[in-house]
Structures are given as C-alpha cells and as structure tokens.
Design a protein around this ligand. Structure first.
Ligand SMILES: C[S@@+](CC[C@H](N)C(=O)[O-])C[C@H]1O[C@@H](n2cnc3c(N)ncnc32)[C@H](O)[C@@H]1O
Length: 261
C-alpha cells in the first residue's frame, strides 16, 4: 500500500522547481544588494564633489561650490535698490556698455536681469539684434515687462529661467552678461553649462562682480568675488579667460570665451 504523504513535506518535483527558481532569484538579489550601495555612493560622491552643505553664514545659503559659499538671492523687494538714482554715478554703466564691444546684430542674454537696468541700456545698442532678459523671479520679470512696454523696447524679450537653466536655445547668443548675479546662482555649475550650450561658436561670457579683493568696496562679502575665484569657476565649465577690464570704479569685468577644440 502506498504510504500517505506528509502534508509538512514537499514532493521532489516541486522541491527541484523551487531550487530552480530560488537559486537565480537569490543570485539576482545578492548582485543587486552588492551593486546598489555602489550606485548610491557614486551618486552621492558626484553631488558631494560639486556642492557641499555646511552651516550657512549670515548672507549665504550654506552651500559651497569650489570653496565659495553661494549668496542668498536678492529678493524682488530689493528692486528699488537696482533702480536707485545714485547707481549711474556709483557704477558708471556707460563704461561697462562701451567695454562690451557690441555689434548692432548681436543677441545678448542679460542673465539675472532683475528689473532690466542693463537690458534696456543694451537694447538700443543692438537694434537689429535681441536682448534676452532672464531672471528666476516672476515678480522681477513683471516689473521688467512693465518697463519694456513703457519704453517700447521690443527687442527685449523677458525669459523666465529656472535655478539650473536660463531657458535659452542652443547656439543662439553672442554674449551672456551677468551683472552682480552669478554669485547668487543656486546651481552655478548647471547654469554655466547651460549658458555655454547657448553660446554661438564665437560667443562670449562676461561677468561683472564687485571686487572681492578690495575691503573698501562696501558690499556684503558673499556678494563680491575675487578674480581668482571667478576664473576658477569658469575654467570648471570649460571657459577660457580672455581679459579682465579695469574700467569700473568698484567691479571687475571678466571676459571669457569657449574653449577652442
Ligand atoms: C542683484 S540682482 C542684479 C540684477 C541686474 N543684473 C542688475 O545689475 O541690475 C541679481 C538677480 O539675479 C537673479 N538670479 C538669481 N539666480 C538666478 C538664476 N539662477 N538665473 C537667473 N537669474 C537669477 C535674481 O533673481 C536677481 O534678480
């Protein structure tokens, strides 16, 4: 007589079936378990390698890029300061405009345009060209658009950018200008990489920053930059330093071009 089968044991066919299924599944789980930490570690290493988070100082966000703490963004409530009557005398913008060597057909991106203080001064210098006035604060762009309508400056196009992207088409601009803005970028590496993509082959990048080397320039520390730091950060995205112009009373004008291949 055939003995009754024990319900606590499994027959040999299903045992083999389980072994056949369990072995490869276990191998996959083991491999995933060994690879996942490596993937996670490499992702963390990549972001750690670019930015580091530390205790924020008074005017900073506590995020460091190439040994520099990134400054807080100047909010739209500070727009009045950008349009202050004394600015022309203090900063002498005509000297910067002359230093830009613009052609009438140039497409210029004024990145971190604020109220458009520079966008509207550049606009008449590029009558057959264009000014893309990029900012991340919609309130700034609202003010800029109101001024644009009042001035009928139709070659100025307001562009809402994001913290990582100025939203400019590839190979579309002759000049990317950042006046007193770059030190506030939350993601300087990503922003600059996108700006480099937006440059035409002979396009230039111009940074205007208050002189970090000079303690007599009475601007908060994180809102100033040294030449050395600017050049280090531009080199990190493949830009070549061409020239520094020393024509402004308080600010550096640093000019960069795309690296020749
Ligand atoms: C101190 S204001 C300077 C405005 C203008 N360039 C001027 O000189 O009058 C800096 C501006 O940069 C803008 N900004 C900060 N981060 C930005 C980013 N990632 N992309 C575009 N604009 C940015 C801020 O919203 C602010 O309007």
């Amino acid at each position: 007589m055939k003995p009754a089968s024990n319900p606590c044991t499994i027959g040999w066919q299903s045992r083999w079936l389980r072994i056949l299924l369990i072995v490869p599944i276990s191998l996959i789980v083991l491999m995933a378990a060994s690879v996942m930490p490596a993937i996670a570690a490499s992702a963390a290493a990549t972001s750690d390698a670019v930015y580091q988070q530390r205790t924020p100082s008074r005017d900073g966000i506590g995020k460091f890029y190439l040994d520099r703490e990134i400054a807080e963004v100047m909010g739209h409530l500070g727009a009045g300061w950008l349009e202050r009557p004394s600015r022309d005398r203090e900063e002498q913008p005509q000297k910067l405009l002359a230093a830009l060597d613009l052609k009438p057909t140039d497409a210029v991106a004024d990145i971190g345009a604020g109220t458009g203080y520079f966008s509207f001064r550049i606009s008449p210098l590029v009558p057959q060209g264009k000014v893309f006035a990029v900012d991340i604060q919609p309130e700034m762009l609202e003010m800029l658009t109101a001024i644009q309508q009042a001035k009928q400056a139709f070659n100025v196009e307001p562009v809402l950018g994001s913290a990582t992207n100025p939203n400019l088409a590839d190979a579309s601009i002759d000049l990317a200008l950042m006046v007193d803005a770059y030190h506030e970028f939350d993601y300087p590496r990503e922003m600059m990489q996108a700006i480099v993509r937006a440059l035409k082959p002979n396009g230039r990048v111009v940074l205007v920053e208050y002189r970090g080397e000079n303690p007599l320039v009475l601007i908060k520390g994180l809102h100033k930059m040294t030449q050395r730091q600017v050049r280090k950060e531009m080199a990190a995205v493949g830009l070549t330093w061409l020239e520094t112009k020393h024509v402004l009373p308080q600010q550096h004008i640093l000019i960069f071009g795309r690296e020749r291949t």
